[in-house]
Design a protein around this ligand. Sequence first.
Ligand code: MG
Length: 382
Amino acid sequence: MTNSVAILGSTGSIGTQAIEVAQKHGIRVTALAANTKVDALVQQARELRPELLCIADESRYPALKEAAAGLGCRLLAGMDGLCEIAQHESTGTLLNSVVGMVGLLPTLTAIGANKPIALANKETLVAGGALVMQAAADRGLPIYPIDSEHSAIFQCLQGNKRSQLKKIILTASGGPFFGKTKADLQNTTVEQALNHPNWSMGNKITIDSATLMNKGLEFIEARWLFDLEPDQIEIVVHRQSVLHSAVVYQDESMIGQMGVPDMKIPIQYALLYPERLPCPTKPLSLTDYGTLTFAKPDYETFDCLTACIEASRTGGSAPAIANGANEAAVAAFLARKIPFLRIGELVKATLREIPSAPLTCYDDVVAADQAARDFVAAQIAS
Ligand code: MG
């Protein structure tokens, strides 16, 4: 297990739970970074006294300077600050839980500095999976997944031969609109889309869960993390979010990981690996649930899911394009500039319009991402 952790995205849902886990197990928190929330960040710093404190939104740096005066932390800002934390000598494990493609460069920087990664930033692998996995493999560095599904798969792979894995079952809650048709979803409001049945999360991932983009991103993420072909991933809708995912071996044994829907379990496994110590969460009572259900996903209604699977098959920059288009479209939906169903239409249209190109370096990923965002912006403006 790790002795110290630097947390990017410390004021978000994963970040705050990671702090709780770290405190429970005496893991030192050496750096904290937030996007915009200066007050919450400084509150955390007052308690944890990290060496480094970073606000990603540079315009808030003066506010951070004022609020953090006297705390004795070195103050940083922007992407440079995130990357400085990623490679700093005090960083044991880098826990990356920022939202969006912006997490890619800090992840690559940390790998370059030989830091193990606890990864909750799925867009990192979706957009730049080839680069990240190659860089980590070159240095023999582990990437511990914090996404609940990927943590489940990672756990189910322990103690078995990877070469004897047949496929994985990626479970999906189905989101708040399970069972709905496109006609039902015409007038979906931001508030309805933000009302997730099982998980309490940030706005971006909650919208991604409502469109099933989140499951599409996780499909791509799983391919990279576990080196799978698309045909080796089966998505199954499981409404209760108790079976977090499963793997199937060649002998047709299916091994799954179950638990209450609480991110502290995957966060703790990533930070304490391979230890399994008491976790600040509720025990799972199967008899309280009584029934667990499983169904096929609705690929007709949820365009984003289909688009991601297609992008994954296409390869190259297609996943980065899908991700960039989605990030721009979700921001526009949350700003009430486009209707809900337009998110999926825009992701599909962007993939049709921008051809996939090979990804050989970070700049290729950034270019694909930017082209997708520009296309979506132009579509919304026209
Ligand atoms: Mg997940």
